[in-house]
Design a protein around this ligand. Structure first.
Ligand code: GLA
Length: 687
């Protein structure tokens, strides 16, 4: 490594440096290639406009071939080479895939599944998060990396681990059991408190000694749900401890370098609210399936979630595919233009650039048929041409970097409630958190109404509407905050089977949904699970009929009015959707799962009532979203259709991408994109 002078920058300065330009690049695995190839790599990176690569993610075995024997020379050389070509490095701590020697010397470091099966080395992520040997070895490696590269000018970001929990989110071994007990002792202090919280009077489960407590390993039938809920919390925390253990070292050596780890979309095992608070930058790996017609809708949901996890701060699309992946049963290619479109979609929703897995397509290993920026066939290829064209285009978008996205509608999202909701023994096994969130999100997306996500203890004041697709588990404090929000003039919509249990998964007594009953002005007497495929009907007070499924309820009005009633079943004539004035605001309740048209009706009703407008009205299949800074408004139009379309403009606008001034029409090619800024007045319908 060349001698680098010592310098220190403030965190803010590093942020500015990190996002001085739109980020473009990907995972780079030079260790898979002879060094001659590196020269070609950096030359091609320059050609494509790559300015950041993630390095060393799976390089532990190469960096430490035997315990305590380190080999950093090759990493020095590639870091220097990248720096010479002005390509910055997101340096990984390389701890996601331990080398074979760890399992040989410490077989107890291998993870164990809930039925006692040990998972062996030979793929990746084969470590127990609570295992001390793994932690000690990981710490030693991270310390060496931090010491060695802390002043390297190419280093701008730390990439800790990789997709924590992706393959192994829980380990049930004895060491994990001991760690679980320590975690429980901290949480409950006494066994009495734990017995109460876990409801152990049921089925003779009362514990008389901490040592009797185990992870919820495979049991004859349903395990204790309160124990399972705590296990979910513990498993998320155990991995978070690993992450923080590495962060502590990095912060000591490089307080000026921001830290990230790559999240995986709406990933159930990890409470990302808690995780995001501990990192400097939220980063996401997103692989929408080109085979799905609405893949971009779920992608948008995830981009909004990432932006919200970072509280509106910049986030980064850390990985996506240039074309197909290799881990689905059938791996479809992206159509010409679709990779560009989906890249812009992430930027439109707040990403400060676009990164891929991976730079050069591997010729060996399990992912050799996964697409990459440089495909097996080389640069005379559609993929390479699209990669270069996108890189060139992004250079023109630095002007967007200071802008942010604003939303007037929030969806409440809670991992703890998600975990509790999907434990066994509920009225229906088909009630899934993501389905409920999507049911609310999709009609908003279709209407171009921007959405943020908020945690149960989040600040609601800037939102006109808060949607709660499902909040099965609710703490008293959350219920109180929501009541205060509505009383103060806010609007909430609460979906069925919400407000049912407390943080220990004990039912709130006093009439469902007890914590929300006064605010909603309803009392639920019975939950009615419907068989799969069965449809029931509702009719709205404005005369629309919709199908409903999955769930219904026998509901009594206690001050609310019915906006829709059931037309089928013994509960025909009972309210299905209600509205209640509470203080200065309004609380809606939805007691069933409506078909898409019904959700559109509800969302439109609520938004109209609360005065929330779409950012722009577009034809179906064209997404509109706004990025704004102090001076400018940028309206992104994204055509997700395979055919071209014209979008009418409210006012003349300049297209940042084509450089053209548009008078009345914006013509979008198949999978086309435009970034419009008004020539004079405000172009958007709202904001
Ligand atoms: C994830 C991982 C990468 C790679 C890709 C393949 O995002 O982080 O290492 O396996 O998936 O799609």
């Amino acid at each position: 490594m060349e001698h680098i002078p010592h310098y220190r920058l403030s965190r803010e300065a590093v942020y500015t440096r990190l996002f001085e330009h739109m980020t473009y690049g990907g995972d780079y695995y030079p260790e898979q290639w002879p060094e001659e190839v590196w020269q070609e790599d950096v030359r091609l990176m320059r050609e494509a406009g790559v300015n950041l690569v993630s390095l060393g993610i799976f390089a532990w075995a190469r960096l430490e071939p035997q315990p305590g024997q380190y080999d950093f020379d090759w990493l020095d050389r590639i870091m220097d080479l990248l720096h010479a070509y002005d390509i910055r490095v997101n340096l990984a701590t390389a701890t996601a895939s331990p080398p074979p020697w760890l399992a040989k010397h410490h077989p107890e470091s291998l993870p164990v599944t809930h039925d006692g099966t040990r998972l062996w080395p030979g793929s990746r992520q084969h470590y127990c998060p609570s295992n001390q040997a793994y932690r000690t070895a990981a710490q030693a490696l991270v310390q060496r990396l931090a010491e060695r590269y802390r002043h390297h000018p190419a280093l701008v970001l730390w990439h800790v681990g990789n997709e924590y929990g992706c393959h192994v989110s829980a380990c049930y071994c004895d060491e994990s059991a001991a760690a679980f007990r320590r975690w429980l002792q901290q949480r409950y202090t006494t066994l009495d408190a734990l017995n109460r919280a876990w409801g152990t009077a049921f089925w003779s489960q009362q514990y008389g000694d901490w040592e009797e407590i185990l992870p919820p390993r495979r049991t004859p039938t349903f395990s204790n749900p309160s124990q399972q809920l705590d296990w979910h919390r513990f498993c998320s925390d155990a991995l978070l401890e690993c992450f923080e253990m590495e962060c502590a070292i990095l912060r000591e050596y490089t307080p000026h370098i921001p830290i990230t780890t790559n999240f995986m979309h709406a990933f159930k095992p990890l409470n990302y609210w808690k995780w995001a608070a501990r990192e400097d930058l939220v980063a996401l790996d997103m692989y929408p399936d080109p085979a799905e017609a609405d893949a971009h809708v779920y992608a948008a949901l995830n981009y909004d979630l990432m932006r919200s996890l970072g509280q509106g701060r910049p986030w980064l699309l850390m990985e996506q595919a240039t074309s197909q992946v290799n881990w689905r049963p059938y791996n479809f290619v992206k159509q010409p233009g679709q990779m560009r479109l989906w890249s812009h979609q992430a930027i439109a929703r707040g990403s400060q650039g676009v990164m891929f897995f991976q730079w050069r397509q591997s010729c060996a290993g399990a992912e050799k048929f996964h697409s990459a920026m440089v495909p097996h066939v080389g640069t005379n290829s559609r993929i390479w041409r699209e990669v270069v064209a996108l890189g060139q285009e992004l250079r023109r978008l630095d002007i967007l970097l200071p802008s942010r996205i604003q939303a007037k509608v929030a969806i409440m999202w809670d991992w703890e409630s998600w975990w509790a909701l999907e434990l066994e023994g509920k009225p229906s096994c088909s009630l899934r958190q993501i389905d409920q969130v999507r049911a609310f999100y999709e009609p908003l997306f279709a209407r171009n109404i921007t959405v943020d996500f908020v945690p149960p203890d989040g600040d609601l004041q800037s939102y006109r509407v808060v949607l709660i697709p499902n909040l099965y588990l609710v703490r008293e404090t959350t219920a109180q905050r929501l009541a205060d929000y509505v009383a103060g003039g806010g609007t909430v919509v609460i979906g069925f089977f919400s407000g049912i249990v407390d943080e220990h998964d004990h039912v709130w007594l006093g009439g469902y949904p007890a914590p929300f009953r006064r605010m909603l002005g309803v009392r639920i007497e019975e939950f009615i699970a419907l068989p799969p495929q069965q449809h029931i009907g509702i009719i709205t007070d404005d005369g629309n009929s919709y199908n409903a499924m999955l769930w219904s309820e026998v509901l009594e009005l206690e001050g609310a009015i019915a906006l829709a009633q059931y037309t089928t079943g013994f509960y025909a004539g009972y309210p299905a959707v209600t509205q209640n004035r509470f203080g200065q605001g309004i609380a809606y309740y939805l007691s069933t799962q409506l078909e898409a048209a019904g959700m559109s009706w509800l969302v439109q009703h609520v938004c109209d009532y609360a005065g929330v407008q779409p950012v722009y009205s577009t034809p179906p299949g064209v997404e509109a979203i706004v990025r704004q800074d102090g001076q400018r408004t940028w309206l992104y139009l994204l055509n997700h259709r395979a055919t071209s379309i014209d979008v009418a403009l409210n006012a003349p606008a300049d297209d940042l991408l084509s450089g053209q001034r548009l008078a009345t029409i914006c013509h979008l090619e198949p999978y086309g994109v435009a970034i419009l800024t008004p020539s004079h007045s405000s172009l958007t319908d709202s904001f």
